[in-house]
Each structure stands twice: as structure tokens, then as C-alpha cells.
Design a protein around this ligand. Structure first.
Ligand code: ADP
Ligand code: MG
Length: 336
């Protein structure tokens, strides 16, 4: 049998040349110097500010050892794009730091870089540099994204005001249920539901287009992407804005698959939906006078958005069921 090639057999420079340099798409604007020199040199468009974010995915923590490298490439870019969306920024460039054991198969790199390429092209973002280092064991992927936003127009966590309506894009909890199915053997009877929920976990949809349209419409007072769970991320907006919030659990948008799982498994799974995280949906607040505009914008970009509650005075953040706050002990994912 032919021995499979590992990255150790080709070395760092070949790896960069063959798999990462081709991801620096020529179409991406503003690249004065891309991959190949000591640093990238980038031109900032007139009247714009840079928005920069980084996210790390660690094998064994954020993805399992056998995870599909193509989907992992796409997801690692997407979770970063979601942070740009939360700020209302246009994706421009990204950096990739790959830390990997020498035994990693070349096929793995090939598929991983193909995932980055496909999503990089779809989202109009080009690779402009990075770092490639060895590790003893774990595989670690760090991506840094750079976006641009018109001066003073980013959507911060701190802009929510009392009386603002709270909106959520897409549906909540699919990713957490997909993960529970994958890790905990949550029983999902329907095959289509299993496939759908797992896909929502493996391949989140960063709400870049919606976010840009909302910024252009000037309707958002505050925004965050739901990465740690609705309860935790809403609490982040409230803390930054010095306000509270009331959300009706009955209004939270759920996919048909999630509804079927909840019907069968009840309250435990509801907690997962509300606190589970990795939805990468956009959670944002809007002044009452602007609410009608949100519907028009959402319709135009073809993303469903749902009003789920209201910003209140004070500091308590409640998810209410039939008017009574749920007691959710989990406040979201934390590392330590
Ligand atoms: P240095 O030793 O000066 O840090 P490197 O050999 O790490 O230089 O990098 C050489 C070039 O290759 C740089 O332009 C760097 O940004 C790029 N590069 C290195 N690793 C990656 C990677 N994983 N993805 C994209 N570009 C990379
Ligand atoms: Mg380096």
C-alpha cells in the first residue's frame, strides 16, 4: 500500500506555496503585498475604519479528531466572519495560523485549504498571510479576519436603549442539538432532521449580507453574534448597554427539526436551545421607530428575522415562558 504523505514529508515552505498561497485571490481589493514577504501590506479604503477579530479552533475542544477537514476549513472562516457581521463590517482579508503535528496527512491540508478557498470566494475575502508551526499533538487553527466599516457606523454591543426591540436572525438551537446528537447520542428519529441539525452545527451561516444591509439602513442600535448561547450573548449586550431585557420563549424562532426534537425531549432540550451556543445568528436591537425598516431589509436580503423581546430598564435579563422567567442555570460557554 502506498504510504500517505504527511506534512513532514513536504515541509513548511512547500506547504505554504502549494496550499495557502493559492488562496490569496487576486480579485480581493487593497492587497499591496500579500503572502510571501515578511508581512502583508494593505490599503484601507478612504473614509473606512478597520474591524479586526480572531478566533481559534482547537482539536478536542472545538472539533473532534476525525472532523471533516473541508467543513472545518469553512467553519473556521465562518465563525470569524460572524464576528465581522456582528460589527456590521464588510469582510476584506484574513490570516491563517496553523499549528499542526508533523504526522498530519497532506490530504487533510488539501481538503482544509479547499474549504477555505470555497468560502473565501463566496464571502469575498482573501488570505493575505499567516503562520505555520509544528506541535507535538493537537491541531490548532487560528484565523484573523479584517473587515472595513464606514467611519463611526459599526454596530456595537453598547448601543441598546430602553424600549428597543430585540431581533434574532434565522433559527436558534439547531447547532446545539446537532452537537448533542453527535456527542451525546441524543436520539433524533427523523433522518432528515439529523442531517439538517448536524449540518447547522458543522456549517453555520454567518449573517454577513444581513448585517451589511442593516448597517446601510442605519437601523441597528446594538448587535452581537450568538456564539455563546442566546442567554449569554443577550446578557453581553445588556451589560455593555447598561440595560435589561425581556424575551418571550414562545417567540423564539425554531426550525421544524428543532421543534420536533423539543416536542419529544422537552425541557432539557429547551435549555440547550437557549444556552447551547454556536448558532452564529445575529442578535440585534432596534429603536421602535425603525422596526418597520427591519422587515423590509430582511425581506430584501432573504433572511428571516424575528422580534423576540424588548430592552428594559434595570439589569435583569429574562427569558419568559407564559410570562414567568425561566430558571436557566447555564449562562453560556466559558473556557475556564
Ligand atoms: P517569518 O519566518 O518571517 O514569520 P514565514 O515563513 O512564517 O515568515 O512566512 C512567510 C510568508 O508566508 C509570510 O508572508 C506569511 O504571512 C506567509 N504564511 C505563512 N504561513 C501561512 C499560512 N498558514 N497561511 C497563509 N500564509 C502563510
Ligand atoms: Mg512566521
Amino acid at each position: 500500500m502506498k504510504k500517505e504523505q504527511t506534512i513532514a514529508s513536504v515541509g513548511e515552505f512547500e506547504l505554504i506555496k502549494n496550499y495557502f498561497t493559492p488562496l490569496s485571490s487576486r480579485e480581493v481589493a487593497g492587497v499591496i503585498v500579500g503572502i510571501g514577504d515578511d508581512a502583508a501590506q494593505l490599503a484601507i479604503p478612504e473614509g473606512q475604519e478597520l474591524v479586526v477579530s480572531t478566533d481559534t479552533l482547537v482539536e478536542g475542544i472545538h472539533f473532534s479528531k476525525g472532523a471533516d477537514p473541508y467543513l472545518l476549513g469553512r467553519k473556521s472562516l465562518r465563525v470569524n466572519l460572524s464576528d465581522l457581521a456582528a460589527m456590521g463590517a464588510l469582510p476584506c482579508w484574513y490570516f491563517l495560523s496553523l499549528t499542526t503535528p508533523p504526522t498530519t496527512r497532506l490530504d487533510w491540508i488539501k481538503e482544509f485549504s479547499r474549504g477555505l478557498k470555497d468560502d473565501g470566494e463566496d464571502f469575498g475575502i482573501g488570505l493575505v498571510g499567516g503562520d505555520t508551526t509544528g506541535s507535538k499533538k493537537a491541531l490548532v487553527v487560528t484565523i484573523t479576519v479584517i473587515g472595513s466599516v464606514e467611519k463611526g457606523c459599526s454596530t456595537l454591543r453598547s448601543g441598546a436603549r430602553v424600549g428597543d426591540k430585540i431581533f434574532l436572525s434565522g433559527t436558534l438551537g439547531d447547532s446545539a442539538l446537532g452537537l448533542a446528537y453527535h456527542l451525546e447520542n441524543l436520539k433524533i428519529a427523523n433522518l432528515d432532521d439529523r442531517v439538517y441539525l448536524l449540518k447547522r452545527h458543522q456549517l453555520p451561516e454567518p449573517r454577513v449580507v444581513l448585517a451589511l444591509a442593516l448597517v446601510e439602513g442605519g437601523v441597528t442600535s446594538a448587535a452581537i453574534d450568538v456564539s455563546d448561547g442566546l442567554t449569554a450573548d443577550l446578557a453581553h449586550i445588556c451589560a455593555a448597554s447598561n440595560v435589561g431585557a425581556e424575551v418571550d420563549v414562545e417567540k423564539i424562532p425554531l426550525s421544524a427539526a428543532a421543534k420536533r426534537v423539543l416536542k419529544r425531549h422537552g425541557p432539557d432540550m429547551l435549555a440547550k436551545v437557549l444556552t447551547g451556543g454556536e448558532d452564529y445568528e445575529l442578535l440585534f436591537t432596534v429603536a421602535p421607530a425603525m422596526v418597520a425598516d427591519v422587515a423590509a431589509i430582511a425581506e430584501k436580503v432573504g433572511v428571516v428575522v424575528t422580534e423576540i423581546g424588548e430592552i428594559t430598564a434595570g439589569s435583569s435579563v429574562n427569558i419568559n415562558q407564559q410570562g414567568r422567567p425561566l430558571n436557566l442555570d447555564c449562562t453560556g460557554w466559558t473556557h475556564f
